[in-house]
Design a protein around this ligand. Sequence first.
Ligand code: SF4
Ligand code: SF4
Length: 233
Amino acid sequence: MVFEAAFLSSSLDNVKLKKRILELGAHEVGIGDVSVGIAPELSHMPLAISLAIQHPSPHSQNKGAYPYAHFSMTIDRRLLEIQRIITRGIRRQGWRVLPIPPDSCRHESTFISRIFNLFPHKTAATCAGLGWIGKSGLLISYRFGPRLNWATILTNAPLKASNKPVKKSFCDQCTCCVEACPAKAIKNNNWEYTTSYRTMIDVDKCASELQKNRKRYGQYACGICMLVCPKGH
Ligand code: SF4
Ligand code: SF4
């Protein structure tokens, strides 16, 4: 509540906003200009605040098929709470905001399911210069690799993009996730700004592996490509 009161009473700028978000528990935060290519429904909010919380150290996780599943919901709840505080603060100052939650089913007919398909968190993070899309299709942060959960807030508040957008991959010759993927779903293609997801990942093979894990372990999850990535260790 102390953070919220201070945030609501101060004028908005990049430094204060990022400091506040980090104080609230995020490990990564950046602001990206997403005006180019954004869906017409969202074009009145040309900036994206991208924020993320790091997963616990791999050494403290239970190794197995889903090294992230057991703590992912806790992280997402914290991200939602940070989003709620920041969104309310910006809205109270008269600006438009649309918080896109960390996770949602993309196949429902709800408003937020449609937004998920129109605007992925990866777009916000790459536009904010926080990382690139790895061969695994995961967002790879310079500092933490793929071991983060992400959330996004779209806005028309008078903020500035914090970095240049990242438009190419830094996976280079690495093939760790390609070799480790049990479904052979990762095609060993480096991402560029215009690359489609399907050029990199065989989504049917990945989905079928996740489905197998659901039968074996009761959860629609895998996470091997996240675990083996050497970036951010
Ligand atoms: S989640 Fe599993 S099956 Fe899917 S791409 Fe990653 S390692 Fe392969
Ligand atoms: S494991 Fe290697 S190739 Fe795969 S995303 Fe990470 S850095 Fe890129």
